[in-house]
Design a protein around this ligand. Sequence first.
Ligand code: TXA
Ligand code: MG
Length: 361
Amino acid sequence: METKVWKVDPQFPDPKVIAKAAEVIRRGGLIAFPTETVYGLGANALDENAVLKIFAAKERPPWDPLIVHIFDLTMLEHLVDEPPENFHKLAELFMPGPLTVVMWKKAKVPDAVTAGLPTVAVRMPNHPVALVLIEASGVPIAAPSANKFGRPSPTTAEHVLHDLAGRIDGILDAGPTQVGVESTVLDLTKIPPVILRPGGVGKEALEKVLGEVLVATKILEVETGLPSPGMMPRHYAPSVPVILTDGNPSELAAAIEVLKSQGYDPNQIGVLMPSGWLAGIEGVVTFDWGSWGNWDELAQKLFVGIRWLEMQKISAIVAPLPPPIGLGLAIRDRLTKAATPKDEFSSESKKSNCKCQGKTL
Ligand code: TXA
Ligand code: MG
């Protein structure tokens, strides 16, 4: 199939173009669209056949459930019976925004969306194009990130085309996304609530509203025996190995020296390089990642940098790990998953045991 690319203004998208894309959604097709985090690949969440096309296009395993995107809180009526009390406080502060909330689902939400789980993940994206698309479609939109399964998430329409051209009906291209890493996935069916995936809303901000919040750090196997997705150890991965170092210039330089001593040519080594850290490091291929300490900026450029470096014919990517502060937690999570070797993915993913800050779920 030919994938149509519609350029739209990120603030004031042309309603005629949105109407065309919404028509594709209503007819059961697939549209990639920008959110404030990353590009999503959308289908009508209430149409099981449409949802199955997402899995086919992405080559996503059926056990990995999707996030359902809503335009406003009235759309929740399709998805959940009664949101938990603490949901409303979160909605007031973070919706629209980069927060996804997992709640008990209504029976009519197709199993394909939730991978058979009794819960559904809901989010109201903070991007005019996403919001008007959902509104014009008149249905909640199920949308994972618009990349092939396991690859880094797309923050531009070009990234989407690279992975999915010819497999989806169209893309609304509104330029690069703002946040750059995906939403925080928060499970509100647990007491205390559990962050299943760190993301655009920091743990500190959630704790101000909810009190204690746990962070799931290992593969979670839920009651049904299915692994909770996005928690696979290997994910967001480029085609070359990723090597992580402590977050300071001398550790980064030392890791590069180790690679050279192992026989790597400097021009085979790609580096996510914080501004001003280059002194003394020569010949390597660098992506100017941004100011160390500005975790928002580093998050925004993370997947752009990884995708750009892997296009430069390098054989390894080296990156320093930020501290787990604000969006630093999400960056650490994505880099750690990108750095997990392939063989560990298959064996680890079978060992299931969720340790939440020392507590086993
Ligand atoms: O920012 C984002 O969240 C982007 C944009 C497009 O909205 N979407 C995104 O979707 O990152 P995806 O499919 O790449 O990641 C969804 C995550 C997965 O880790 C999945 O396991 C988790 O949400 N998830 C979805 N439904 C769930 C459920 N019922 N219970 C637990 N986790 C769930
Ligand atoms: Mg994804």
